[in-house]
Design a protein around this ligand. Structure first.
Ligand code: ZN
Length: 251
């Protein structure tokens, strides 16, 4: 079986001690393609170097709302440089749950990135926590823009709007929690053609690995979980989600 991890932070310093082991464990179970979104300028620099060394890492470059305090205005010039070798813009977005930065500041970082996605004709990798309606409003300003809302936590109705706009929804470790009824219902009802699977490693470890550092090899659990919810074989889910990732990121 082949699997694509559609969202993992392999540049994260928590992988510095054993990154090659992490990649080998993933390869051992058929995961050889990783979409890796940077989250701030330093992360962009590091990811650029890593992606030169590892063909299996497909880099996206962007500025995450959690790090608004660390971003600088001239980072956008840097971003535009890196986007020449990117498969997507991101990770960017809005977070009114875990992030204390005000909406205006978060939007001032998000909007130019949506503009860059349009300018470079790239999909966008979005983070959204308790912000999905506002995010949908921003996306609507860019007709034809494509992308994914990763680690999707919105409603079915919001999901439907995003799908109508040409977006995919990413699901990861959170769906493996036994009490995640809302995500389970979503996965049962959403069109499979709009679902991506991801680990978001090193964060969001699946339920059986809770408390540990997450890594791409655990993606198999996400695929198995989606398969169980849809009453399908894991192979079929893998094939569909791989095709979705290839389509969106033009792999
Ligand atoms: Zn992420």
């Amino acid at each position: 079986m082949e699997l694509i991890d559609s969202h993992c932070h392999l540049d994260d310093e928590r992988f510095d001690p054993d990154r090659s082991d992490v990649l080998r464990r993933a390869a051992d179970i058929g995961i050889n393609t990783f979409i890796v979104p940077a989250v701030h300028a330093d992360s962009c620099h590091k990811l650029f170097t890593l992606s030169q060394q590892h063909d299996e890492m497909y880099p996206a470059y962007g500025f995450h709302p959690w790090f608004c305090d660390n971003h600088h205005d001239n980072d956008f010039d840097l971003l535009a440089e890196y986007l020449h070798s990117a498969i997507a813009v991101g990770e960017c977005g809005l977070d009114f749950g875990l992030c204390k930065t005000d909406a205006g500041t978060q939007l001032s970082w998000l909007r130019p990135q949506l503009q860059l996605a349009r300018d470079f004709n790239l999909p966008v990798i979005l983070h959204s926590l308790k912000a999905t309606d506002m995010l949908i409003g921003e996306i609507k300003k860019w007709p034809g823009l494509q992308g994914v809302v990763h680690s999707y936590s919105g409603s079915l109705q919001q999901a439907q709007q995003l799908i109508d706009l040409g977006f995919y929804l990413g699901f990861g470790g959170a769906i493996t929690r036994p009490q995640a009824n809302k995500s389970h219902d979503l996965i049962k009802q959403l069109p499979l053609a709009n679902i991506l699977i991801e680990t978001d490693a090193p964060d969001q470890a699946p339920y059986t690995q809770r408390g540990k550092r997450n890594e791409p090899a655990f993606l198999i659990e996400i695929a198995e979980h989606v398969a169980r919810l849809r009453d399908m074989h894991t192979n079929e889910i893998a094939d569909i989600c791989n095709a979705n990732a290839k389509e969106l990121f033009n792999l």
